[in-house]
Design a binder for this molecule. Structure first.
Ligand SMILES: O=C(O)c1ccccc1NCC(=O)[C@H](O)[C@H](O)COP(=O)(O)O
Length: 209
């Protein structure tokens, strides 16, 4: 199976185009005001409109008001919603879109229990826990904590780069990988060479799955 790739935190037209050209399967737009990668709805609508068919547009929220999520769906062509905060399962449904739940890999977390709790999710995005940041930490977690039985539902995130993504794929065999900081020149500004190198790393990983 080919590992899918989501590139998150896009803020510029040229970065959207570069990610699509490199073969990304999904692009993430961060609607979390305190993120350095945050975009407002008008900007996201412009960026999302550039994305061709068969590439998914993902709107990322952190404990957002339902009214804001509903407005984003009205104004921005979003294919999926990513919940990246403390949202309980009931808060993730009812928006008329498939959804991804991000799970912070804090010490002691039982991933299988979390997966059962969020059984309605299209996928679970496992990300590094940081008490000060909701996401985009740029740091990896211990990949051996991912139960192999869940791998087909997992989007692996946290500190992935062109240098480590092949090993991550060989170890975890996730459905998809998610990257933000590992393909950036600065926060919110993607480096197109890093994007291409990352995609090559994914292909290398797929040969080792
Ligand atoms: O990217 C952010 O700034 C961010 C802020 C708040 C919540 C989530 C955020 N990003 C979520 C993502 O999906 C990132 O791609 C994921 O956390 C991995 O980031 P990185 O470790 O930089 O690759």
């Amino acid at each position: 199976m080919r590992t899918r790739v989501k590139i998150c935190g896009l803020t510029r037209e040229q970065d959207v185009d570069a990610a699509v050209a490199a073969g990304a399967d999904a692009l993430g737009f961060v609607f979390h005001p305190s993120s350095p990668r945050s975009v407002d709805l008008a900007r996201a609508a412009v960026l999302a409109a550039r994305v061709p068919a068969f590439v998914n547009r993902v709107g990322l929220f952190v404990d957002a008001e339902p009214a804001l999520i509903a407005e984003a769906i009205r104004r921005v062509p979003l294919d999926l919603i990513q919940f990246h905060g403390q949202e309980p399962p009931a808060a993730c449904t009812g928006f008329g879109r498939p959804w991804i739940k991000a799970i912070a890999m804090r010490d002691g977390l039982d991933v299988e229990v979390a997966a059962a709790e969020y059984h309605g999710a299209a996928a679970l995005l496992l990300d590094t826990y940081d008490p000060a940041l909701a996401g985009g930490t740029g740091r990896r977690f211990d990949w051996t904590r991912v139960p192999p039985v869940l791998a087909p539902r997992i989007i692996l995130a946290g500190g992935l780069t062109a240098e480590n993504v092949a090993a991550a794929i060989a170890r975890v065999k996730p459905y998809a990988v998610d990257v933000s900081g590992g393909v950036e020149a600065a926060k919110g500004l993607k480096d197109h060479r890093k994007i291409n190198d990352f995609m090559q790393g994914v292909r290398d990983g797929d040969r080792r799955r």
